[in-house]
Design a protein around this ligand. Structure first.
Ligand code: DHB
Ligand code: FE
Length: 289
């Protein structure tokens, strides 16, 4: 049987990708951000997964406003880095896992979550920046990401967006699906996006450290409470783009303690402001099953 061995949570910010791609990680502005991920890159080397199930959001890159699925699972054999206006990031293409993705789609859809099956999709900074932060820079031609990745896109850009409770319960269904796959794969689930930020309007630039850190406490120790946060609270407290945090609840819902298993081990927690317009939060939880 396949197992979810750990969950990883991290913000994504396009400027972090640019800092990596342009060799600026040692600059005083960026140095503290990347320092927070040094233990994570070592942890990735020591805990190499067979597959990463990567929950992220597309920013009107693969899906325009003409058509936006609420939950979309990438079932393709590979995914190209998207061109977001400045050319595609110089990173390797993402290799998928069509067989496990199809199995998860089958199981989760039968479990009442309607997923959109996507067989062709370019992946934007929402997916490639977390991979770069956790795995380090890889040459687009000679390098490769450490393992196959199943991209799982959530609509957090066009209202109505899914609420935290639904995302949390979807995570539970994903864990059930993974555990009914009959190859012994080590699967990590990543929840990405957030933390507080607002990119537009009168409150552009909003950051709320206190709220972010209280939410992180809940995510780790009382995930049911984090999942009960109404969506309007994210917008009020964490800004219009703070709603990206509901994606972290999919990953948290996939941990064993949610369904009576042992508590996870907190391996790493990091918080830093600023990175572009966003508060960067990062957590690694290991499953004890
Ligand atoms: C920024 C953050 C985002 O989540 C995003 O999608 C685009 C930009 C920023 O902080 O600049
Ligand atoms: Fe974003």
């Amino acid at each position: 049987m396949a197992r979810i061995t750990a969950s990883v949570y991290t913000s994504h910010v396009p400027a972090i990708g640019a800092a990596l791609d342009l060799g600026k990680t040692g600059e005083p502005y960026w140095q503290p951000v990347f320092k927070g991920y040094e233990p994570s890159r070592q942890w990735m080397k020591d805990n190499r997964p067979d597959v990463i199930f990567l929950v992220y959001n597309d920013h009107a890159t693969a899906f325009s406003l003409e058509m936006i699925p609420t939950f979309a699972i990438g079932c393709a054999a590979e995914f190209q880095p998207a061109d977001e206006g400045w050319g595609p990031r110089p990173v390797p293409k993402v290799i998928g896992h069509p067989d496990l993705a199809a199995h998860i789609a089958q199981s989760v859809i039968q479990d009442d979550f309607d997923l959109t099956i996507v067989n062709r999709m370019d992946v934007d900074h929402g997916l490639t920046v977390p991979l770069s932060l956790m795995c380090g820079q890889q040459s687009p031609t000679e390098g490769a990401w450490p393992c196959p990745v199943i991209p799982f896109a959530v609509n957090v850009v066009q209202y109505p967006v899914p609420n935290g409770r639904r995302c949390f319960n979807l995570g539970r269904a994903i864990r059930k699906a993974v555990e009914s796959y009959d190859e012994p794969l080590n699967v990590q689930i990543w929840g990405t996006g957030g933390m507080s930020h607002q990119l537009q309007g009168a409150r552009a630039g909003l950051i709320n450290r206190e709220w972010d850190n209280a939410w992180l406490d809940q995510l780790i120790h009382d995930p049911e409470a984090a999942a009960a946060t109404p969506h309007i609270d994210y917008v009020r407290e964490a800004g219009s783009e703070g709603i990206e945090l509901v994606m972290w609840l999919i990953a948290r819902g996939a941990m064993a303690d949610v369904d009576g298993g042992p508590k996870p081990t907190l391996r790493h927690r990091f918080y830093h402001v600023p990175a572009s317009n966003t508060a960067v939060g990062h957590v690694i939880l290991e499953n004890n099953v």
